[in-house]
Design a protein around this ligand. Sequence first.
Ligand code: NAD
Length: 343
Amino acid sequence: MTAFVFSEPNFDHHEQVVFVSEPKSGLKAILAVHNTNLGPAMGGCRMWNYASEGEAITDVLRLSRGMTYKNAVAGLPIGGGKSVIIGNPKTDKTPALFEALGEALERLGGRYITAEDVGTSPADMANVSRKTRFVAGLGETGDPSPFTALGCFVGAQAAVKHHLKRDSLEGLVVAVQGLGHVGYDYARRLHEAGAKLVVADIDQAALERARAEFGAQIVPVDSIYDVEADIYAPCALGATLNPNTLGRLKARIVAGAANNQLATADIGEALRQKGILYAPDFVINAGGIIKVCYEYLHKPESEVEAHVRKIGETLAEVFERADAEGVSTSVEADRVAESRFKK
Ligand code: NAD
């Protein structure tokens, strides 16, 4: 199959799409700069065993656009970009591969700054940094996940206040899907706030820990959608809000960390019609990029938490405006982002 860029449905007037091939290391990568109106583009580097070049192009176009929206709504002075390396992260990684990526970033002269993502690690970014300074998230000051979890927690509080007219999470039932880096820390905060947890994961050890530490009730992976919960917190996979799960959800709020939660854009409106308040994924899960951006720009670490906590206020505004305009929260969040980055 021939792969196209301009005619790809996810192509959205990306400023620059760079194909990188470096035979010595075997690097095959695509770097996409979606929009730099607010500053240099920032977004992670994903390494994935794509079945085809077309799949890699689709992914990098979609993800880089998403970063523009996420960074703009988070009020960061950066634009949106992303990169993908075509290869198996378990078998194809070498220091030379990431050094070659660093050289490609250097040629872009700072228009795009990378960081870790699915399939890459702080150690890989350290290899990138041998060739360029346009890389963030080197692991010097730790994992961004706790900040993503904090953003989800303040986002859940904002959603509960808006939709359930309550100031506290005490006694609410939260169905947490995925107890990984973000989900576990988010669950801890929810537990400390008095919420009751129902959890699902494929990792038995994480489940047992949550049961022991938080008194969480464990349900099978596919049953999480059927839980009689107040909040559904997707913290594992994308596209879990889809025609199959929509009819099953009992929760009145969706507030979780996963990227690309809506299988298709129209699901945002379907959730609204069902009276379910959806905290748009790219608004609620921006805590990690806020942390990485502060680190890269050498802004005071002591100010990161206050910035992440603003996610609650931003969501409250999105919810109110969506109500006032009679649109879904996902449409409203897109509008907020576009009002900031579109010139
Ligand atoms: P992670 O890999 O640490 O955790 C994912 C968890 O989901 C794991 O415990 C895994 O066992 C579990 N899981 C996998 N398949 C599952 C299934 N079918 N049902 C239930 N659980 C399942 O990832 P993470 O860093 O915690 O990120 C979670 C989500 O949040 C991802 O979608 C990620 O893209 C998104 N996100 C993460 C960050 C961050 O700072 N880490 C920032 C923004 C968005």
